[in-house]
Each structure stands twice: as C-alpha cells, then as structure tokens.
Design a protein. Structure first.
Length: 147
C-alpha cells in the first residue's frame, strides 16, 4: 500500500509540459478485485472549480449508474461548447467588440514586449503542489468536494 501511495504522489506532483503533455491526466488503479481508484490530475489552465465540481458529480453518477445497472441521470447541457465556439466566431463582427478592440489598442499603443506586471504574491522558488484534492466514492461511498 505504501508503494501505491508513493506512486500516486509522484503522479500528482509530475509537472505539466504545456508544449506536449495532455492537460488532463487520468490513472485507474486496481486496489482490490472489486475496488478501483481513479486519479484525475487537471492543470488549472483547462478547468475551473465549477467545471471540476460538475466533472466529479457526473463521473460519480455515471459510475453509480453503471454499477447499479440503470441509466445515468445527467443534467442536460443547455449551452454546449459548439454554441460557445459559434458565438466566439461571430464576436469580431460586433460593434461592441470592435469598439473594445480600438479602445485597448489605443490604451496600449505605447507598450512593447512583455508587460512587467506585479504578482499578487511572490513566486516561490519551488512548486508547492498545494492543488485541491477531491475524494469521491460512488454507490454509497464517501463523497468529497473540490476546495
């Protein structure tokens, strides 16, 4: 068990290479013949707290439904990614977008290169790996939440 925990710790702390890695990693470990552990490691650039809550909730529902041989009861998506992309493609043609773009081009015309913006807190020398942890057990197990 200690070796398995050490492996999980390594998987959690493994850095992301934004140029070539997947920004969501999934590992499925068999703990016992009837018990598995799904470890999801998600880079913060591809998700937010609300999305992670929905992901965990829907995964839990899918696993519970499959284990009890019933259809999954998932909330419908009223506004999917396709809708979002369609809206984004139309955005540059709107007056509001064009006015906003002209405003910001005027405001930032004197800026060249990389902006030297202050951090809200000093960057640490080494990563802390203090990301959120979510424990969820489906079908009568304990449930956790993304902090």
């Amino acid at each position: 068990m200690k070796r398995r925990l050490a492996t999980l710790s390594c998987m959690i702390m493994l850095s992301f290479d934004l140029k070539q890695d997947s920004l969501i990693r999934a590992y499925l470990y068999t703990i016992a013949p009837d018990s598995q552990l799904l470890l999801l490691v998600v880079h913060h650039i591809v998700s937010d707290g609300i999305s992670l809550l929905r992901l965990v909730s829907e995964l839990g529902e899918l696993i519970t439904a499959a284990s009890t041989n019933r259809p999954a009861n998932l909330m419908p998506l009223h506004y999917g990614y396709g809708h979002y992309l369609n809206d984004q493609e139309k955005l540059p043609d709107t007056c509001q977008y064009q006015e906003s773009e002209q405003y910001w081009l005027k405001q930032l015309h004197h800026v060249s290169g990389v902006l030297d913006l202050p951090y809200d807190q000093p960057r640490q020398d080494a990563p802390s790996y203090l990301g959120a942890t979510c424990l969820a057990k489906c079908g009568g197990f304990r449930r956790g939440r993304v902090a």
